[in-house]
Structures are given as structure tokens and as C-alpha cells.
Design a binder for this molecule. Structure first.
Ligand code: ZN
Length: 448
């Protein structure tokens, strides 16, 4: 068997990256990274807290076991294999993605009705692009990645850790319904693998949450208002009754899941908050009243600036109805984002990335631009990095959140390296080529 393992150098010299490790790890290659190894960095940005100069991080299998200044390294670690990188950060998180396998950023929802296997095949490249952009974890709020994730976990394909809601749950005529198709067609597609879900009334809502959990959901996504890319509703429409929303939050909680709510309009935001959701997405018409409640209830806001800014910039490519909605919503969304930062709302970064066509604002792999937008909206570079790392796992709630997003003892060994300092130029994180190294579960997935 001519496997890459046989070509692996016998010894790992300090400061050298074995060339074999530049390959994507296959399951049989997982022995190529030493059990205990170190990464030395001129600057280590821990995700939360102050950066450390001349630092070293020690990994034992999948876990970070020591972090600190190189000068304080415990003697037992001094002779382990170590590589040096200029800048080391925690692996990034995108807490709002969709892997739909659709090759356009502006196609209507009906374009999702192709074969699931085709969407899954396209998702293979999208997952790799996400990981190679430095995003070692994603929360997927509807899409195929949730059901594909076992293939990532067993090493069949390359991708980030996936925490999926499986489908956005919508009421009939709601944001996640496909308004230009007969309802029977939509319900049939949902029942046969389309990552969408339409339900009405408390019993049906409860059953739908259970169906999502049955399909592997690690969190639940509900559509509490209309949206921009749906056809017949307005982003300001409130969707689902308070009783339906509360029933879904309670049912999710029984299975230790939290709920993410898609909402734009203020009334829907308040309804979602009162129902007990953990995060809300977009939040375009959020105001001081919403913010006060969010702070009280420790609710996380995910502003999705990439889709707001990218969508507004590319509005001419959209059907007139969606163009009008994106241009109106973007004005409010920008204001809401600034207001949230000013008032100290807890923010986690998510992009709403959904396109399998490379090279557009909505493509998987373009996730890093969200950090640039966070700084543009008023965060410091360190705050923006924290919103994309240390805060992110909290969006999954206390029971589902992994120990991730920080370079800290006991945390998952997911890291990225750059050759230049993103604190001096945050836009470096927007370009996947600037991410020189990616480690996931302690293993090197990408290197120069
Ligand atoms: Zn979304």
C-alpha cells in the first residue's frame, strides 16, 4: 500500500513542519502528529484576555495542556517536538452558516430542491474551504452539514467541527417556507431530507423540534419574523405565536438544547426573548428596549454583517422584492449593530454564509470578513476576535458548548497561525491565504 504514512519522516526536528503533514489527514494518518507537541509563537492571542509575547502552547492529543511564556515552560516539555509560528490564535468560529450546496448567492429557495446527494457533494469542498479559512467550528442554522458531520468526525472528509440545527423551523407562510411552491411540495420535500421544516400549532411545533433532534440537531433554529430572502413576508412580520415559540424553546430545553431565533422586526425580537431563546440572528430593528432585556437575560446577538453588507452591495443581482428588502433592512441592521456594541451586548460572529459558488461575499471560506465588519461597527480588534472565538461556544448553551475558542489549559486544541499580526490589520483574517496553519483536534490540517 503506497500510503502517505510510509513517506513520513522518522524524526520531527524542532522548528520543522514535516512535509507529510501538509496533506489532509485521512483516518489512517491520525498517528502522524506526535501525541505531545508544542507550538511556539512570537505573539499568542488567547481569544479572551491579553496577548502573550514569546509564548508556547503544549498539546496532548486533542487538548491544550499548557500555555504561557516560553521562559516559564515546565522542564518536562523542553525537548518535545515544537514548531514556531509568528502569530497564534484559537481556531475561529462562525455561528451562523448554511451548507445548502447551492451554486449561487441570489437563487431563490426553490433552487434548494435538487438532489440531496448533489448538495452533499458540493458541501465537501465548502467544508474544506471553511476549515482552511481558519474556521475550526461552525454552528449551522439549517443545512446539510449536520447530517454530513459524522463523515467529518470519522475522517472521511475534511471540515470544521459542526454543530447544526439541521433545519430552520418556520410556520406556514413564514421565512423558512418556500412561498412559490405548493405547500404539499414543500412539506413533502421537508419530510424527505430537505433541511427545512414547516409547522403550525403547539403540538406540531413540539414534534418538529423532536424531529430535528432525531436528525442530529445540537441546537434548534426558529424563524420568529419574516426575512429578506423569502418572497411574501416582510422582515418586520412577527412569526409564530408566543405559545408556539415557548413550546419549541421548552421542548429543546428538555433535550438540553438552546434555541437560535432568526428575527429582524422588534416585535419578533421581543417575542423571541420572552420565549427564552439563547441567541438571535440579524436583529435589524433591535432598539434600547430589546437591548435592556438581552442584557438581563444574557442573550447573545449574532449580527450577520457579511450577508447584510454583501447582500446590500450585490442587491442589483436580486429579484426586485428581495432587493427592496435588503436595502431597507441593511440601514437598520447597521444601526442595531453599533447600538449593541455601544451597550455591551454579548455578540458572537456569524456570517449567514450559504453559497457553494467560490469567490462571492456569501461563499464558504469568505467567513473571515465578518471580523473586519465587527471592527468597522465599533469593536476593537481584540473584542472582534473574542466574538469569533471565546464567546462563540456559548451560543450552544451550557450543555452543548465544547471547551473551545480559547488558548487555555484544558481547552480543545483547535488553533490557527498567521505570519502577520491581525491586531494591526484585522482584514488579514478575511483572506484564507493569510491563515498559514490550521490545527483541529491537535492535528495539523493546513500548513504552507
Ligand atoms: Zn441564516
Amino acid at each position: 500500500m503506497d500510503s502517505p504514512v510510509q513517506a513520513l519522516p522518522q524524526r520531527l526536528a524542532i522548528g520543522m513542519v514535516p512535509p507529510t503533514l501538509q496533506l489532509q489527514p485521512e483516518p489512517h494518518q491520525q498517528t502522524t502528529t506526535p501525541k505531545v507537541h508544542g507550538i511556539q509563537a512570537s505573539l499568542l492571542i488567547p481569544g479572551r484576555g491579553s496577548p502573550i509575547k514569546n509564548a508556547i502552547l503544549i498539546i496532548h492529543e486533542k487538548t491544550i495542556t499548557w500555555v504561557g511564556p516560553t521562559a516559564s515552560l515546565p522542564p518536562k516539555y523542553v525537548s518535545i517536538p515544537t514548531i514556531h509560528v509568528p502569530i497564534l490564535l484559537p481556531g475561529l468560529w462562525d455561528v451562523h452558516t448554511h451548507y445548502f450546496g447551492v451554486v449561487s448567492s441570489t437563487a431563490g429557495y426553490d433552487s434548494l430542491l435538487g438532489p440531496a446527494a448533489l448538495a452533499g457533494a458540493r458541501t465537501v469542498r465548502d467544508l474544506k474551504n471553511t476549515l482552511f479559512a481558519g474556521f475550526t467550528s461552525v454552528r449551522e442554522l439549517g443545512g446539510y452539514a449536520g447530517e454530513i458531520s459524522p463523515a467529518v468526525e470519522d475522517g472521511s472528509i475534511v471540515g470544521p467541527h459542526i454543530y447544526s440545527a439541521i433545519a430552520p423551523i418556520s410556520m406556514t407562510a413564514g421565512h423558512g417556507d418556500i412561498h412559490n411552491l405548493p405547500i404539499g411540495t414543500v412539506l413533502d420535500a421537508c419530510a424527505h431530507g430537505l433541511p427545512f421544516a414547516v409547522c403550525d400549532g403547539v403540538p406540531d411545533c413540539i414534534r418538529t423540534v423532536r424531529l430535528m433532534i432525531r436528525r442530529g440537531a445540537k441546537c434548534i433554529k426558529v424563524c420568529a419574523t419574516g426575512g429578506v430572502f423569502s418572497l411574501l413576508d416582510s422582515p418586520q412580520d412577527t412569526q409564530f405565536s408566543p405559545e408556539e415559540l415557548k413550546a419549541m424553546v421548552d421542548e429543546a430545553a428538555r433535550a438540553k438544547r438552546v434555541v437560535a431565533a432568526h428575527c429582524h422586526g422588534k416585535e419578533g425580537i421581543l417575542a423571541a426573548i420572552n420565549a427564552g431563546v439563547k441567541t438571535f440572528e440579524h436583529g435589524s430593528y433591535m432598539d434600547e428596549e430589546c437591548i435592556k432585556l438581552m442584557l438581563e437575560k444574557d442573550i447573545i446577538y449574532c449580527p450577520t454583517a457579511s450577508v447584510v453588507e454583501g447582500g446590500a452591495r450585490n442587491a442589483d443581482d436580486m429579484p426586485p422584492i428581495n432587493r427592496k428588502k435588503i436595502l431597507e433592512t441593511a440601514v437598520h441592521a447597521r444601526h442595531a449593530y453599533r447600538l449593541a456594541i455601544k451597550n455591551g451586548v454579548k455578540i458572537a460572529l456569524g456570517t449567514d454564509q450559504a453559497s457553494s459558488t467560490p469567490g462571492n461575499y456569501n461563499s464558504h471560506g469568505a467567513n473571515g470578513k465578518e471580523i473586519f465588519y465587527a471592527v468597522k461597527a465599533g469593536m476593537t480588534p481584540l473584542q472582534a476576535i473574542e466574538a469569533c472565538t471565546a464567546i462563540s461556544p456559548e451560543t450552544l448553551g451550557p450543555h452543548m458548548a465544547p471547551k473551545s475558542g480559547q488558548l487555555k489549559e484544558g481547552y480543545d486544541a483547535d488553533m490557527i497561525a498567521l505570519s502577520e499580526n491581525p491586531l494591526e490589520n484585522i482584514d488579514l483574517l478575511s483572506e484564507p491565504d493569510n491563515i498559514t496553519h490550521v490545527w483541529k483536534d491537535g492535528m495539523l490540517s493546513k500548513s504552507p
